[in-house]
Design a protein around this ligand. Structure first.
Ligand code: HSE
Length: 424
């Protein structure tokens, strides 16, 4: 039976889960896959953690060079966060002919091509199923199950922390700060949750998924980003009254041959399948020209769900003699013209008004003058003031921005309190 030696870099939440699965499922994987996968090295400083998991001290090291030189190591699996030292360690492993498996979306989205260049020198492979949507097999669906399709769009909920927060704000009317604290307590959000709540984590994932979908490098900087920290429970409630649910969406699509990639909170119809994705669950919609819509759903975070994807990559890599290449070119030029910027979407706008007569007519006229159709209006008298809430038909972002400047200048307007996109 083919033997595969694995080195685990880090035994934290995900690394510990991988150790657990590889240990408890070793016989099952032998039986089902004909591969005997053994952890032969662990890079971990925390000796107590090693003891707690029952890792033999003889395989624990703190020296990456020792792992890179070890002939018994075929695959290196990494579970650090952040770019360094993960990137340098994985490049070292690839240059020594070891395939790598990673869950590190930030490092991978920013350094993909450097890793590919190192892999090409030795023929080693790079596997990153766990980098996007945790245990849900989105990467291999795109690469191994949809080759007959031109992918034209992706839409999904790819961050568990923000989905947990928005679901709780919507279901319980709790405010943002309370929900964030709860998410941290439950271990969904990081101690410093900026990457989650400001949408960075979702842009890393969008960059990876879009690059695969369109087979063109989509750098993180080309993914438009807005987070949820400014979202108020009032808008979630008003949106609900209009039949919408608010989600942090990762969206990318081909529009007239250009890639439009973005991450931002958006209202979707309450009967859209993504509206029922609650709590820390994730889901991704992929549209292929032949297969039509494919929707994948499951746990996008957590120790064992993420470890499940890592182990699947280890098994996949272990069974391959020739590894997959994603981009064959050594240098990938990023051409600004390949990316769309002035997006077209529908909008939800909440305007604070001051009680002046005819406010609705004045605001409606400003939208009409800009050729923006308003399809829904709510007039709300709240304890903190009076509001007009409008939902528009689709328009260009630039047109909406200039129209809102006009509305802001009207004598009846106190403030533009919220501007959120509405997606079909
Ligand atoms: N912090 C991430 C999330 C973990 O909340 O989705 C999984 O990538």
């Amino acid at each position: 039976m083919k033997k595969i030696g694995v080195a685990l870099l880090g035994l934290g939440v995900v690394g510990g889960g991988v150790w657990e699965i590889l240990t408890t499922k070793r016989e099952m994987i032998k039986r089902n896959e004909g591969l005997d996968i053994e952890v032969v090295k662990v890079l971990e400083r925390n000796i107590e953690r090693c003891k707690q998991l029952g890792v033999d001290a003889s395989i624990v090291t703190q020296d990456m060079d020792e792992i890179a030189r070890d002939e018994n190591v075929d695959i290196v699996a990494e579970f650090f966060g952040g770019v360094e030292p993960a990137k340098s360690f994985l490049i070292k492993a690839l240059e020594n002919g070891k395939s790598v498996v990673t869950a590190n979306k930030e490092m991978f989205s920013k350094s993909w091509h450097e890793l590919e260049a190192a892999a090409k020198k030795t023929g080693a492979g790079i596997y990153f199923e766990a980098s996007c949507v945790g245990g849900v097999p989105v990467i291999r669906t795109l690469t191994d199950s949809m080759q007959a399709n031109e992918i034209t769009s992706l839409k999904g909920i790819v961050n568990g922390t923000t989905n947990y927060i928005l679901s709780k704000m919507s279901d319980e009317g709790a405010d943002y700060e309370t929900c964030l604290k709860e998410a941290q307590k439950l271990g969904y959000a990081e101690a410093n949750p900026t990457a989650d709540v400001e949408g960075f984590d979702a842009t890393y994932k969008n960059s990876i998924l879009s690059s695969l979908a369109y087979r063109k490098r989509v750098p993180v900087e080309k993914v438009y980003r807005e987070g949820i920290s400014e979202v108020s429970v009032k808008d979630i409630e008003f949106g609900k009254q209009l039949g919408y649910t608010l989600k942090l969406l990762a969206i990318s699509k081909l529009v007239n041959g250009k890639i439009e990639a973005r991450v931002h909170p958006a209202f979707i119809h309450a009967n859209h399948p993504l509206a029922s994705v609650k709590g820390s669950f994730n889901a991704l919609y992929i549209h292929g020209d032949n297969v039509d819509d494919v929707m994948l759903y499951g746990r996008g975070a957590g120790s064992l769900p993420t470890a499940s994807a890592i182990v699947s990559d280890i098994v996949f890599a272990g069974g391959k003699d020739v590894h997959r290449r994603y981009f064959w070119e050594d240098e990938i030029e990023v051409n600004d013209d390949d990316f769309a910027t002035d997006f077209t979407t529908a909008y939800y706008v909440r305007i604070a008004i001051n009680g002046e007569d005819g406010a609705l007519a004045k605001v409606a006229k400003a939208f009409e003058n800009a050729n923006i159709n308003v399809k829904n209006v709510l007039k709300k008298n709240e304890t903190d003031g009076e509001y007009l809430v409008l939902v528009t038909e689709e328009t260009k972002e630039s047109n909406m921005k200039s129209t809102l400047e006009t509305v802001k200048g009207l004598s009846c307007t106190d403030d533009i309190c919220a501007v959120l996109r509405v997606e079909n």
